[in-house]
Design a binder for this molecule. Structure first.
Ligand code: NAP
Length: 334
């Protein structure tokens, strides 16, 4: 497993990381979740991503238990705050109150004294950005959080956060966590150029488009048993955006390209994300240890220019590059 710096920061994270959205505390049993975490550790993955909102807090608890006993210094743990967490007028967003309560609850569930990276899960249109940046800065001073980042913020929102931090002498954000994969390239026109200039790293989610880029969903056929597309609790709803014949047909065209490169299609998808030098890590999910092992092997793979071009040719027509597709709710949900 290779490691990369998180943006311009001194923190190094594994270039394949493991995230537990949809899976831990919901789609799969705790035993399977623990087995996936063990497989990740065995494969050299040291960076784990979760959020307070995943499975209503159970995802953090399960990850915390799965990592219990592992030397803390060998791990980078990232979590997030923003989405509603229950009753109360202040139980969502990026206010000082919710950020402060959010980190305390996350640390308790994770069973750790600090997280390595604390991320604003979306942009909050209902809280002054100065308030958010000061609250994050205080958490860093208090030692509860080592680095701060954002998720799915637009270029101008990231630029505003950097400007305020510079003006007020506050901690700078070091990362953004966007969706980024062969099909969804909306960060390329605006977010990536700004972040390259400013030393912000991308930690990319859904790098294999929730499993779609493995090619296991065939056009016109029922999804395989046990796959996310059959998870009625939440997975099926989230993956439905990709379950279109045009997308699934185009993705089948990637299979010979992957085979020719000696890779599994999911590995090709992960390696594709990692070819972008502004990417610090691709956060892959997994419902089974075999998937995690397979995915981790995409670290360090170099894709030649003609293969990158062939991928673009195969997917032409189903690639989205529109930066306006990076959206945070306005007003924020409560
Ligand atoms: N910041 C945000 O707003 C945000 C949003 C979404 C995700 N995330 C983060 O990103 C992480 C990853 O997102 P994701 O789960 O959508 O990533 P993904 O890696 O694109 O998809 C993971 C899913 O694909 C299937 N899969 C993975 N490897 C496979 C393989 N080798 N062969 C066949 N199927 C395979 C598994 O589902 P099945 O086995 O069930 O089919 C797995 O759970 C999340 O856990 C979370 O930490 C963040």
């Amino acid at each position: 497993m290779e490691h990369r710096h998180l943006g311009r920061s001194g923190l190094r994270i594994s270039e394949i990381s493991y995230g537990n959205w949809i899976t831990h505390g919901s789609q799969i049993e705790e035993e399977a979740a623990t087995a996936c975490v063990r497989a990740a550790l065995d494969a050299g993955i040291s960076t784990f991503d979760t959020a307070d909102v995943y499975a209503a807090g159970r995802a953090e608890e399960i990850l915390g238990r799965a990592l219990h006993g592992i030397q803390r210094e060998t791990l980078e743990i990232a979590t997030k705050v923003y989405w509603p967490r229950g009753a109360g007028a202040n139980n969502s967003g990026l206010s000082r109150k919710h950020i402060t309560e959010g980190i305390n609850n996350s640390l308790r569930r994770l069973g750790t004294d600090y997280v390595d990276l604390y991320q604003a899960h979306r942009y909050d249109f209902d809280t002054p950005l100065e308030e958010t940046m000061r609250a994050f800065d205080d958490l860093v001073r208090a030692g509860k959080v080592l680095y701060i980042g954002v998720s799915e913020w637009r270029a101008e929102q990231i630029a505003d956060a950097l400007r305020i931090a510079a003006e007020l002498g506050l901690e700078r954000i070091v990362s953004n966590q966007p969706q980024y994969n062969m099909l969804w390239r909306v960060i390329e026109p605006e977010v990536v150029p700004l972040c390259e200039k400013e030393g912000i790293g991308q930690i990319c989610f859904s790098p294999i488009a929730q499993g779609v880029l493995t090619g296991k969903y065939k056009p016109g056929e029922l999804p395989p048993a046990g796959s996310r597309a059959t998870d009625e609790a939440s997975g099926a709803g989230f993956i439905s955006r990709w379950m279109r014949d045009d997308v699934l047909t185009a993705v089948q065209g990637l299979l010979p390209l992957a085979a020719e490169a000696g890779l599994k299609p999911g590995q090709l998808a992960l390696a594709w994300v990692l070819q972008n030098p502004n990417v610090s890590s691709a956060i892959t999910g997994g419902s089974r240890p075999e998937q995690v092992r397979e995915n981790a092997a995409a670290s360090g793979v170099k894709l030649e220019a003609d293969l990158m071009q062939a991928i673009d040719n195969v997917l032409a027509g189903v690639i989205n590059r529109d930066p306006a597709q990076t959206i945070s709710p306005n007003p924020r949900p409560s």
